[in-house]
Design a protein around this ligand. Structure first.
Ligand code: HGY
Ligand code: MN
Ligand code: MN
Length: 387
């Protein structure tokens, strides 16, 4: 009823990883977790002389999210590895499954955190910069969970060791279902920028303070939030999206004029220039509204990732595998971001989508037809064999 809440470094995350590690070890695979929580499943006899094909995704979720987002790609990767081992394929020694930590950013507001450490976008400084709502840093969270001290050389990938990366994922949108297709092959992944806005007003008594004397942080924030929506809706291409999904009001009492409001604004598009332009416009309009209404305002960037066009050869290779299997498919964009878009600038990478029922995701109703789930996992394996 409440969906899945499995934040990285939390109890449910640990349970899921234990379950997957047990299933992997049962098949004789080795499991290693690095100092920021990225987990690697490799065949015991992995051949160090051969470059790796990594199959990755995440197991962490948003709050009250769905049962498939991320973990579907991880479990399918494990299934591909097990199948190669069972059929004694010599390709098994190349394949590795990766679980990236903190992809959703549910703890620290930064999406794709584990893959950003793996790709070297984040380093030691991020351990202290990234802070949760409780003010604790990622470093403190890792220490509390018993992770060993951060070692960059053990976390960052040596991309010369990796031949390709694949990610299988639910579409999380309505396109495949509406087009009646079973498989999506991702062409480009949107970029995104997430900013945190703080509006500082003057807290006061809700009854004794006349309207003309108020500096209400929440009504100011409400105007700013509707302006962010207006700016996104004004995109003539109808592609740019802006979302305010998280708002904290203090002191959050019905009889106190709000003193402070902190909210996130995330903006996404296929083009980096449009994202930058929209963020600039939103920041300017927030500053103007705040000044007009006598409140203070501060804005900081929490996270950003560039739009990325996937490797053409990988797109064609997945296309060929899908056509050979006689599966209806189409090439499409991804409005959702994924770990692979952080890895893709360094090695040939491909992403496969399966349809989401009702186009819903990040909600308890997230679901996909079992036949589609199996088709996606089979195509993942076929693609590995064709690389
Ligand atoms: O927000 C996203 O696009 C992804 O689900 N983290
Ligand atoms: Mn997600
Ligand atoms: Mn995901």
């Amino acid at each position: 009823g409440n969906g899945v809440t499995r934040f990285s470094y939390g109890e449910n995350d640990e349970k899921a990883r234990e379950f997957i590690a047990k299933a992997a070890e049962f098949k004789g695979f080795s499991v290693r977790t690095d100092s920021i929580g990225n987990m690697y499943i490799s065949p015991a006899e992995s051949d160090k002389t051969r470059k790796r094909i990594r199959i990755g995704s995440h197991v962490d979720t948003v709050r009250n999210g769905g049962w498939l987002d991320g973990i579907y790609g991880v479990v399918s990767g494990l299934e591909a590895l097990r199948t190669l081992a069972e059929y004694k394929s010599d390709r098994v020694s190349e394949v590795e499954v990766v679980i990236f930590a903190e992809e959703e950013g549910s703890n620290f507001g930064s999406t794709m955190t584990g893959s950003k450490f793996a790709a070297g976008i984040y380093g030691e400084e991020a351990l202290d910069r990234l802070k949760g709502d409780d003010g604790n840093s990622l470093r403190e969270m890792l220490m509390k969970c018993g992770y060993p001290p951060y070692r960059k050389e053990k976390v960052m990938w040596d991309f010369s060791d990796v031949k390709a990366m694949l990610e299988l994922h639910i579409e999380q949108g309505p396109v495949l279902e509406r087009e009646g297709k079973s498989i999506g092959i991702v062409d480009s992944i949107f970029g995104m920028t997430t900013v945190e806005v703080t509006i500082g007003g003057v807290g006061n008594h809700a009854g004794a303070t006349p309207m003309r004397y108020r500096q209400d942080a929440l009504t100011t924030a409400a105007l700013c939030i509707s302006e962010a929506e207006r700016i996104a809706k004004a995109d003539p291409e109808g592609i740019l999206v802006a979302t305010v999904g998280k708002v904290a009001v203090s002191p959050n009492c019905s009889n106190v004029i709000p003193e402070k409001v902190v909210f996130t604004v995330e903006v996404r598009d296929k083009q980096e220039g449009k994202i930058k332009g929209a963020i600039k416009e939103i920041e300017e309009v927030i500053a103007k509204i705040s000044e007009q209404r006598g409140t203070a305002c501060g804005i900081q960037v929490l996270a950003e990732s560039k739009p990325f066009r996937m490797d053409e050869r990988m797109i064609q290779l997945i296309n060929k595998s899908a056509a050979e299997a006689g599966i209806s498919h189409q090439i499409m964009d991804s409005g959702a971001v994924h770990d692979i878009c952080v890895i893709a600038p360094h090695i040939p990478s491909g992403m496969i989508f399966v349809p989401s029922i009702g186009g819903r995701s990040h909600v308890p109703f997230e679901d996909t037809d079992p036949d589609d789930l199996v088709r996606g996992a089979q195509l993942l394996l076929d693609t590995v064999l064709n690389i």
